[in-house]
Design a protein around this ligand. Structure first.
Ligand SMILES: NC(=O)c1ccc[n+]([C@@H]2O[C@H](COP(=O)([O-])OP(=O)(O)OC[C@H]3O[C@@H](n4cnc5c(N)ncnc54)[C@H](OP(=O)(O)O)[C@@H]3O)[C@@H](O)[C@H]2O)c1
Length: 344
């Protein structure tokens, strides 16, 4: 198979840097264009200290500069709102796109506005966007021109939640999700609340009363399962660089069977691992890998907590984006992706 030329827009951000690292090891994807915004004009190695080799010498172009003709695949790792215009230009140039932002994660402009408080910049593209939670939408991703990569929190929540909703065992009216994210989840731009003195040795909830990912979770829980779920979602930010842990407090019937239901749903999946009874996942156990680990603890005759862990920058962003691109180009889904974590 011939190589596939790739552009990464938003190359200087945390997810952009992860995309470059993963694509650098990919057997078929080759980077032809790296683009940035305020750092356009620099060499990539000046903006990204981890880069080496030829890529470090590549000039960072502005996101809206025309890209080389042979580019077939564009990853947009840009802030929501800014991504949609670049996505449209890429589609017009005949490329296929995996968008890591929230711009195409909702099924309607109304849903986008409810979550993000702004009019959608390109609502005409929403009908063709596929929500790329690969394990649950593989066939749709395979034929899509535009795949919307799910948010990190929704990935960590929907993977354990949807099979249980489909099985009809949950009280869908009372789902409480408590999530923790490493600081890279907030991106690389300077923010006072992310200064070392503000974040170090502390933990805090944020985004309440309703974080924007709550809309994404409820919308796709309904779309994938047909069940109207009400999710009370509380995210927290922690002084760790990467990692995400979501604890789902669930009630319903037969909680002793829930582990088995999840195991059956994901038994053949390369990137979802059900842990053995009595085991719970850790952020260290998935760091640097494209894996989601899930554990179940039965807490009563009609209740259990389900805990899931991902690396927010990999399965929650760049890794899942490469997984989706592999599916879109008919490549082995695992190409360029490791299921083995960086441990310790
Ligand atoms: N961080 C995560 O864990 C995570 C997980 C899932 C999804 N996401 C989503 O992925 C996207 C990228 O996130 P990130 O954490 O990588 O962000 P980030 O670290 O803040 O990086 C943002 C990137 O976009 C560029 N940029 C900023 N403003 C721009 C504009 N107006 N037009 C074009 N480019 C612009 C920046 O370029 P300069 O450096 O040159 O200014 C930088 O390359 C966001 O939509 C985010 O919500 C992030």
């Amino acid at each position: 198979m011939t190589d596939i030329s790739v552009a990464v827009l938003g190359a200087t951000g945390y997810t952009g840097a992860e995309l470059i690292r993963l694509i650098g090891e990919h057997p078929h994807f080759r980077i032809r264009r790296l683009a940035a915004h305020s750092q356009a004009g620099k060499r990539a190695g000046q903006a990204l200290p981890g880069l080496g080799g030829d890529l470090a010498d590549m000039e960072l172009m502005p996101a809206d500069a025309p890209w080389p003709d042979d580019v077939q695949l564009v990853f947009t790792a840009l802030p929501h709102g800014a991504a949609a215009g670049s996505v449209r230009r890429a589609l017009e140039a005949g490329c296929r796109v995996v968008d890591l932002s929230a711009d195409f994660r909702h099924q309607s402009a109304e849903n986008y506005k409810a979550a993000y408080g702004a009019d959608h910049p390109h609502p005409e593209l929403l009908p063709e966007a596929v929500f790329g939670l690969a394990e649950l939408a593989r066939e749709q991703v395979a034929t899509s021109r535009l795949t919307a990569n799910p948010g990190c929190y929704p990935t960590s929540v929907l993977l354990p939640l949807v099979p249980l909703l489909r099985a009809g065992v949950l009280d869908a009216e009372r789902i409480i999700v408590d999530s923790k994210s490493g600081t890279s989840g907030a991106g690389r731009s300077a923010k006072t609340e992310l200064l070392y003195c503000e974040i170090n040795e502390g933990v805090r909830a944020y985004g309440l009363p309703r974080h924007r990912h709550a809309w994404e979770m409820e919308e796709w829980a309904r779309a994938f399962s047909g069940v109207e779920a009400r999710i009370q979602f509380v995210p927290h930010i922690l002084p760790m660089t990467r990692g995400m842990l979501s604890t789902l407090h669930l009630s319903g019937r037969d909680p002793g069977r829930w582990r088995e239901i999840l195991h059956a749903a994901y038994a053949t999946e390369p990137f979802v691992r059900m842990l053995a009874e009595g085991e719970l996942p850790t952020t260290k156990g998935v760091a640097g890998s494209n894996r989601c680990d899930i554990g179940v603890a039965v807490t009563g005759p009609d209740s259990a907590v389900v805990v899931s862990c991902i690396d927010n920058l990999i399965k929650g962003a760049a890794g899942q984006a490469v997984q989706n691109a592999n599916i879109m180009f008919g490549l082995p889904e695992t190409a360029g992706l490791s299921a083995i974590a960086l441990w310790p």
